[in-house]
Design a protein around this ligand. Structure first.
Ligand code: G3P
Ligand code: CA
Length: 244
């Protein structure tokens, strides 16, 4: 069965990468969540997508220039869909504490292409081990050097290269860098790439799958998972196919 991972939580319906978005994913029956991590000025692993605070908070400037205490004073839901809200920027540790109480998978994307965030890999791995999340964590990144480092530091954890364009034979490439999955943009995931990857034992989890027709294509192919902003709609579409 194709699993459903809620992108940045349920980002289509709730402020992205907030605890309310993650809780919504659990409420609607998603199998997992996808989230993004960076480091604060004082080296805490925080959950936020952009390197800059401007789009998703009531502040501006870089995440890396604020301490955790400063980041915690910000609103991560200042004006979501025109509604004023109040949400914290969560830490990865807070997310893990919540994950302790459910069985969701968690795809952690290391956002370390613009800034490398030295130590980010070690900190994410240390927390994963401390909370005994090994079986449920998938590490991904557009920075494939970082994924190789993760694999070297923690071969027990699944790693998956993210990519947007037409990578040639990604099932071979993934294995070459120690990965056991690929996370392509859906435009870079034609049927034959998915089929060949699955047949070579490489899991495929395309992003960001928000159209029902595209969800159904991937469900029918037996894709490993989809990453979607609308997990509730995806669960419904999957149920619809099953009952036919
Ligand atoms: O992990 C899939 C997807 O989240 C990658 O792109 O920009 O949404 O983080 P982005
Ligand atoms: Ca992401």
């Amino acid at each position: 069965m194709t699993l459903i991972f809620a992108h940045r939580g349920s980002a289509g319906t709730h402020p992205e990468n907030t605890m309310s978005a993650f809780k919504e994913a659990a409420r609607v029956g998603a199998d997992g969540i996808e989230t993004d991590v960076q480091l604060s000025k004082d080296g805490e692993v925080v959950i936020i997508h952009d390197e800059k605070l401007d789009r998703t908070t009531n502040a501006s400037g870089y995440v890396k220039d604020r301490t955790l205490m400063e980041l915690k004073t910000l609103n991560a839901s200042p004006n979501f869909k025109g509604k004023l809200g109040k949400e914290n920027i969560p830490t990865l540790e807070e997310l893990f504490i919540w994950l302790n109480d459910n069985q969701l998978y968690c795809n952690i994307e290391l956002k370390n292409t613009l800034f490398l965030y030295p130590g980010l890999e070690e900190k994410v791995i240390q927390l994963t081990r401390a909370y005994e999340m090994d079986e449920r964590i998938i590490l991904s990144s557009f920075n494939h050097y970082s994924l190789v480092k993760c694999h070297q530091l923690a071969p027990e954890l699944e790693t998956a290269p993210l990519y947007r364009d037409g990578l040639y034979m990604p099932w071979i490439y993934a294995k070459a860098i120690g990965g056991s999955a690929i996370h392509p943009n859906f435009r870079a995931a034609p049927d034959f790439v998915i089929q060949a990857s699955l047949s070579m034992g490489i899991a495929v989890r395309p992003y960001t799958i928000n159209e029902e027709a595209e969800m159904k294509r991937l469900f029918k192919l037996g894709c490993s998972a989809i990453i979607t902003d609308f997990p509730e709609a995806a669960v419904r579409a999957r149920e619809g196919l099953k009952s036919r």
